[in-house]
Design a protein. Structure first.
Length: 849
C-alpha cells in the first residue's frame, strides 16, 4: 500500500464518539511519510503521548472540556491541561495523593524485581533545567551498569507496553469516516445546549496568559491565607489584594490592558514580593461583586432582534440612595424659587409643574404617617384636603392641596369630589406646610357630624360637576402598594426630519415652507424671525406632541392603504419622519422576507413597536422636553459661522500684514484671567475650519481684544452684540428669572438685527431660528449650562475606552459589564451600605472607605 492510500485510510477513520480524538489524531497522522521515517521508538512515544498527557484527567461527555481527577471538578480546555499539570497546587495535591497510595501499597506484597521509591513520585516539571536532566541521565546509566539483565528485561517490557498502547490507539480509530472528521456541524450536534461557546473562548484566552505556579485562579484559598487574616475585613472583596487588583485594572478613563496588567503583576511579585491576583481571578471577583450588589447586566432584544445589554436604572438609584457620599446631595422634591436664584435642575418648571401625576413626587412623612398625593388627609386644624403637588420653599416642604366637595351616602360611606387635571397654578389650590398634616386617609375624622364615627368607606372622584359621570381615583394610591413591596435638533427622538434640508426645520413650532424656493420668500423669513408684517413679535404656533405621534401612525397606514408616493407627499406636509418605521416601510417595499415577517407579527401583537419607542414614554413631550442646547446651536452654530467667515475673508485678501498682526495679537494675549493655557496662533489660524467647541469659546472671550482692530464698525457692532448675548446664554446663576428672560429676548432680537444688516447668507439657517426658543427652554429647565451637551459628550471618552478593552465578540455586553464594575467600585469605595438578603443585615465597607 502506498503512502497516499495509507493516508486516505487514516483520514476516513475518525471516531464519531470522541470529538477530542477528531482533533488530536489530526496531528498524529501515523501513516504519513514523516512518521514513517521516524524510528520505531519515537513513533511509539508519539502515538501514546496523547494518552500519557491525558492520564489523571477525565473528559466531560460530548464536550472538549476536561476535569482534573486530583484537583476537582473545574472544567478546562485541552491546552490548559499541560499548564495545569505544572502548577504548584496541582503538584502538591498530586504528591499528597501518591503519598497516600504509597502508604496503602506498603502493606501488600511487592515483586522482588520491582522497587518502590522512598519518596513520592513527582511529575516531570517542564521548567526543570539541564542540570536535573543530566543528573537523571547519570542515575540511569549507573543502574544499567549495575544490573544489565534487569535493564534488558525492563526494555522488553516497555516495548510490549508500547505495542499494546499502539494497538489500543489503532482500535479506537477503526471505523472512522471522513465526514465525521471534517463536518463540524455534526460535532456541535452532540454538544448540549447549555454548553456555551463563549465560555470555551474565554477559557482559551485565559490559557494564553495563565497564572504562574502557585497563582492559579482556583487557588483562592491560598490567596486568602497569604493576604488576609480576616475574611470579612475587606468584604465584599475576599482580601486586600483582590481590591488592589480591581483598582489596578482601572475604571472610567483609566483602564489597563491585560498585557500591561500582567507586566505590573510580575514587577510587584519579583521586586516587591506582593502577589496580585491574576486577571481572570479579578474578573471573577468583579462578577461575584456585581451579583452581590444586584448590578448584573440586563439583556434584551431590539425590534430587529439585535441583542442589547444595559444596567438597570433602578439598581443604580438604589445604590445611590445607599451611598453616604451621594445621598446627602440628592433632592427628592422640586423647589419653588419664585424666579429667584436659579442655578440647579431641581428648580426647573418641568419637574415642579408639568409632570403627570404618575411621575410627580408621590409621598412625604409627618406625624408618623405616610401621606400620598391624591389621597385625602386631615390637618391639625381638622381641614380635610387632597394633596396634589409636593414641593419645597426655602428647604421647607409644602403641598398644593385641594379642598374636596364632601357627600355622605349613608352612615358608613362618603364621597369626595375634586376637579380633573388640576394645574400647579390653579387659584383654588392651598399651599399647606407638610408639618401641619395630621391623619392620612385611613384615619379621617369628619368633625362633629353624626356620620363621623362610623365612616368605613371613602371614595374619591374627579369631576367638574358632582352629578355628571366622573372618574374614580384609586384609594389607596397605587404607589403606596409599590412602596411596600447627540443630535442637536433631537431629530431621531422627536421623529422630525433633518432641519438643514427640511421644509419643517423646527421641532418646537410649526415653521413651514411649501417648497425650497419659498424659503427665500418674505412670508417664510417673517415666520423664521417670529415677526408679523408690521415687524412686531409674533410667536409661531407651537407643535403638539400628540399630533406628531398621530401623523407618524397615519403615514404607515397611508403606505398600507395607498402607496409610497402619497407617504412622501404627506411627510413634507406633516414635517415628521420616523427612522424605525421608515425601515419597516423600505423593507416591505423591497419584499424582504425578514422585515415582512416581523412586520406581520408586530401588526398582530403590538403595532406600536414598529415606531419610535419615545412615543410610549410617559411624561415625555418631544416638542417641549428637548431643550435648545448651546454647544451645537450656539458655539458650533452661530459662533462657528461668524469665526469662519471672518478668517476666510482675512485669508482671501492675502493681506500678510493683517495675518501677521492677528498672529501677534493671539500670541501676546494674556490668558491668566481665563484659566486657560496660552493660545496657539498658528493652529487657530491655519485650522480655523477644524476647530472644536472649546476653541470657539476661547475666541468668543478674546474677540474684543484680538479681532476688533481688524474689523470695520458694522462688523464690530455685530460681534459686540454676539458677545453680550453670550454672557446671558452662559449664565450659571439667575437672580431673577422674569427680568433675565426679558433681557435675553431683547439681546437675541438685537443680535439678529445686526446679523441681517451685515449679511443675509445665514438668515434661514435653522440654528439661528432655534435661538428664539432658547428662553422657553431656560424657563422650563433652568440655566442653559445645566443641559449643555458638553456635560454628556464628555462621557464619550469613557464609552470609547470600555469599547477598546473589549474582545469585540459581544461589545455591548462588555461595555455594560465595565459600567457595572465602575458603579460597584464607586459604591464600595464610597462606603456604601449593603443589605444581605440571607442574613437580613446591613454592612458597610469601612476599611475600603
Amino acid at each position: 500500500m502506498d503512502a497516499e492510500s495509507r493516508k486516505t485510510d487514516c483520514l476516513t477513520t475518525v471516531s464519531r464518539t470522541d470529538p477530542f480524538l477528531k482533533h488530536r489524531w489530526l496531528t498524529l497522522q501515523l501513516p504519513s511519510p514523516r512518521l514513517a521515517r521516524l524510528s520505531q521508538k519515537k513513533r511509539l512515544r508519539q502515538t501514546i503521548g496523547v494518552f500519557q498527557m491525558m492520564e489523571g484527567f477525565t473528559r466531560v461527555p460530548n464536550t472538549h472540556l476536561f476535569t482534573c481527577d486530583t484537583c476537582g471538578l473545574r472544567r478546562m480546555s485541552e491546552k490548559r491541561i499541560r499548564i495545569h499539570r505544572s502548577l504548584e497546587s496541582h503538584q502538591r495535591k498530586l504528591t499528597q495523593a501518591r503519598s497516600r497510595n504509597h502508604r496503602n501499597r506498603q502493606t501488600s506484597t511487592i515483586h522482588a524485581t520491582v522497587t518502590e521509591p522512598s519518596t513520592p513520585i513527582q511529575e516531570e516539571d517542564p521548567r526543570s533545567d539541564g542540570m536535573d536532566n543530566h543528573n537523571r541521565d547519570n542515575e540511569v546509566m549507573e543502574d544499567e551498569m549495575e544490573n544489565p539483565v534487569d535493564v534488558a528485561n525492563g526494555n522488553q517490557e516497555a516495548q510490549e507496553v508500547h505495542a499494546r498502547e499502539l494497538r489500543r490507539a489503532l482500535d479506537l480509530i477503526r471505523g472512522m469516516t471522513s465526514e465525521d472528521f471534517f463536518d463540524l456541524t455534526e460535532e456541535r450536534a452532540g454538544v448540549p445546549e447549555e454548553y456555551d461557546r463563549m465560555d470555551w473562548l474565554y477559557d482559551e484566552m485565559d490559557a494564553e496568559c495563565m497564572d504562574g505556579p502557585g497563582e492559579h485562579p482556583n487557588d483562592d484559598d491560598e490567596d486568602d491565607e497569604a493576604n488576609s487574616t480576616n475574611d470579612n475585613e475587606w468584604y465584599p472583596f475576599k482580601n486586600k489584594m483582590e481590591l488592589v487588583g480591581s483598582l489596578l485594572i482601572g475604571y472610567t478613563r483609566h483602564i489597563l490592558s491585560r498585557d500591561v496588567f500582567d507586566e505590573i503583576r510580575v514587577i510587584f511579585r519579583i521586586l516587591c514580593q506582593i502577589k496580585i491576583p491574576a486577571w481572570s481571578t479579578i474578573r471573577r471577583a468583579q462578577e461575584r461583586i456585581r451579583k452581590h450588589l444586584e448590578m448584573e447586566v440586563q439583556f434584551s432584544n431590539s425590534v430587529w432582534g439585535t441583542p442589547c445589554a444595559s444596567v438597570g436604572i433602578k439598581k443604580i438609584l438604589k445604590n445611590e440612595l445607599a451611598n453616604p457620599l451621594v445621598a446627602p446631595h440628592l433632592e427628592f422634591y422640586p423647589q419653588e424659587s419664585n424666579g429667584c436664584g436659579i442655578f440647579k435642575l431641581s428648580q426647573s418648571q418641568k419637574w415642579l409643574k408639568y409632570l403627570p401625576k404618575e411621575f410627580r413626587p408621590q409621598m412625604c412623612t409627618n406625624n408618623d404617617h405616610h401621606f400620598y398625593i391624591f389621597e385625602p388627609m386631615q390637618t391639625f386644624e381638622n381641614l380635610i384636603a387632597v394633596p396634589i403637588f409636593f414641593y419645597t420653599i426655602n428647604l421647607q416642604l409644602y403641598s398644593k392641596c385641594y379642598v374636596p366637595q364632601i357627600t355622605f351616602l349613608n352612615q358608613e360611606a362618603v364621597r369626595l369630589f375634586i376637579p380633573p387635571d388640576i394645574s400647579f397654578n390653579d387659584p383654588n389650590l392651598l399651599s399647606i406646610p407638610v408639618n401641619q398634616f395630621k391623619n392620612d386617609h385611613s384615619h379621617l375624622s369628619f368633625g362633629s357630624s353624626t356620620h363621623s364615627s362610623n365612616i368605613s368607606t371613602i371614595q374619591l372622584f374627579e369631576t367638574n360637576i358632582g352629578d355628571l359621570p366622573c372618574t374614580k381615583v384609586n384609594l389607596p394610591n397605587p404607589w403606596r402598594i409599590k412602596a411596600n413591596a447627540d443630535s442637536p435638533m433631537h431629530a431621531e427622538i422627536t421623529a422630525t426630519p433633518n432641519p438643514g434640508t427640511s421644509l419643517n426645520p423646527c421641532r418646537m413650532c410649526n415653521l413651514h415652507a411649501p417648497s425650497k424656493l419659498d424659503k427665500r420668500s418674505l412670508s417664510y423669513l417673517l415666520q423664521f424671525l417670529q415677526l408679523d408684517s408690521d415687524g412686531f413679535h409674533s410667536p409661531n404656533v407651537p407643535r403638539q406632541w400628540e399630533k406628531t405621534i398621530e401623523n407618524t401612525y397615519n403615514l404607515f397606514n397611508t403606505y398600507l392603504t395607498v402607496n409610497i408616493t402619497e407617504v412622501k407627499r404627506l411627510r413634507l406636509i406633516y414635517g415628521v419622519t420616523d427612522s424605525i418605521n421608515n425601515k419597516f416601510i423600505d423593507g416591505i417595499r423591497s419584499k424582504s422576507p425578514v422585515v415582512t415577517k416581523k412586520a406581520g407579527e408586530l401588526i398582530k401583537t403590538d403595532p406600536t413597536d414598529m415606531f419610535n419607542p419615545f412615543f410610549k414614554f410617559q411624561g415625555f413631550n418631544g416638542c417641549t422636553d428637548t431643550p435648545v442646547e448651546i454647544l451645537h446651536v450656539f458655539l458650533l452654530g452661530v459662533v462657528k459661522y461668524l469665526i469662519r467667515d471672518f478668517m476666510q475673508r482675512l485669508k482671501k485678501g492675502k493681506n500678510k500684514k493683517k495675518l501677521a498682526e492677528l498672529t501677534g495679537r493671539l500670541q501676546s494675549f494674556n490668558t491668566s484671567s481665563l484659566n486657560i493655557p496660552l493660545l496657539k496662533p498658528f493652529y487657530l489660524i491655519n485650522h480655523s475650519k477644524s476647530l472644536v467647541g472649546k476653541d470657539f469659546k476661547i475666541f468668543l472671550q478674546a474677540v474684543p481684544f484680538i479681532f476688533f482692530p481688524l474689523m470695520d464698525q458694522e462688523e464690530r457692532s455685530l460681534w459686540l452684540a454676539l458677545c453680550r448675548l453670550s454672557s446671558y446664554i452662559f449664565q450659571t446663576h439667575i437672580s431673577h428669572m422674569e427680568s433675565y428672560l426679558y433681557e435675553l429676548k431683547q439681546h437675541i432680537q438685537i443680535f439678529m438685527s445686526h446679523l441681517i444688516k451685515f449679511t443675509a447668507q445665514w438668515i434661514n439657517k435653522p440654528k439661528f431660528h432655534m435661538l428664539f426658543h432658547l428662553p422657553e427652554s431656560i424657563e422650563r429647565f433652568g440655566v442653559a449650562p445645566l443641559f449643555a451637551t458638553e456635560k454628556f459628550e464628555s462621557f464619550n471618552g469613557v464609552l470609547r475606552n470600555a469599547s477598546t478593552h473589549s474582545n469585540k465578540q459581544a461589545p455591548g455586553r462588555d461595555i455594560a459589564n465595565s459600567f457595572s464594575n465602575y458603579q460597584c467600585l464607586r459604591f464600595l469605595l464610597s462606603g456604601g451600605i449593603m443589605y444581605n438578603k440571607i442574613t437580613k443585615t446591613i454592612s458597610q465597607s469601612v476599611n475600603i472607605e
